[in-house]
Design a protein around this ligand. Structure first.
Ligand code: SF4
Length: 299
């Protein structure tokens, strides 16, 4: 095994395959609604997603999402996954009202919510603690990079110590942290990318999601790309950098994702990433060739 994969860990931990049910709590993001900014992170296609949100209350969404995978998910467990926007950006009352029925749902084994580290007030953490006492709670944080220059360029909107503080607070309430890193951000060198992976590995996060930088229609990144001010990675280079990151994180860290999951219809570049099957097959071949071992370059 080249890396500690999500599927492997799920089978060991829950004794079965786990499926993610994508749910939408109807949140926005402080980086979009004007609290921090209005244009969002430079790569974020949030506005388009906002228009295409699923309708229905959360239990209906859950049942619909379950029905979609029912055929292939016999005997599987479910992870209720709130991915879009900032899923703790609301009053504690609203969060409790939304998430409590989800964690109490008999088919849900894990609650997984993505958010920003600067949207975890003490009151919000108190609600998350309640939830974590009922079922395992995963909180995903979009760090993307540890480098201040890149963070400013992508308009992330918070500084690195805010991430460190969030990881500590989430540990204290019994949540597991999954941190996101984007590989291929403008201006970052190989050393910069590896430094971020090493930092995530030491930060206390239990898992990591690696993403390739995608250029998506309607984003400010797309404008830069259109003006010829941005290059995206080739598939081969992405694999090299990804392998370098995996070699620098602890062997027990769960690797939840190895590529982004962009929408092919709005993908501008790199177009090779749209062929997921080919990408994953080529990636596995490359990992075999180099005999990749997670953590082999851990310092
Ligand atoms: S990437 Fe996340 S934090 Fe950034 S603007 Fe989009 S929803 Fe907000």
């Amino acid at each position: 095994m080249h890396y500690n994969s999500f599927n492997h860990v799920m089978r060991t931990r829950f004794g079965r395959k786990m499926y993610k049910l994508a749910l939408d709590g109807g949140f926005t993001c402080p980086n979009r609604d004007g609290a921090l900014g209005t244009r969002g992170c430079i790569f974020c296609s949030g506005s388009a997603e906002f228009a295409a949100r699923p309708a229905g209350n959360i239990t209906t969404q859950l049942n619909n999402a379950k029905a979609l995978v029912a055929d292939k998910a016999k005997d599987a467990g479910y992870i209720a996954y709130f991915q879009s926007f900032t899923n703790t950006y609301a009053s504690p009352e609203r969060l409790r009202e939304l998430y409590l029925p989800v964690v109490q749902h008999p088919d849900v084994a894990v609650l997984d919510i993505a958010t920003r580290p600067d949207c975890l007030s003490d009151e919000v953490l108190a609600v998350l603690r309640e939830l974590a006492e009922i079922k395992p709670l995963w909180v995903e944080l979009g760090l993307q990079t540890i480098h201040p220059k890149t963070a400013a360029f992508i308009r992330r909107g918070y500084d690195l110590p805010v991430y460190d503080e969030a990881v500590k607070s989430l540990h204290n309430i019994g949540a597991e942290v999954i941190t996101h890193q984007i590989i291929g951000l403008p201006g970052e060198t190989e050393q910069d990318i590896y430094a971020t992976a090493e930092y995530i590995g030491r930060s206390g996060a239990a898992g990591v999601k690696f993403h390739l930088l995608h250029v998506i229609e309607g984003t400010d990144l797309a404008k830069l790309y259109g003006e010829g001010k941005l290059e995206t990675l080739t598939m081969e280079r992405y694999f090299e950098l990804l392998a370098g990151c995996i070699r620098r994180i602890p062997p027990e860290m769960v690797v939840h994702r190895l590529t982004g999951d962009g929408d092919k219809r709005t993908l501008i570049a790199p177009l090779w990433s749209g062929n997921k099957k080919h990408v994953l097959n080529s990636m596995n071949r490359y990992f075999d060739e180099i005999n990749l071992q997670q953590g082999s370059l851990l310092i």
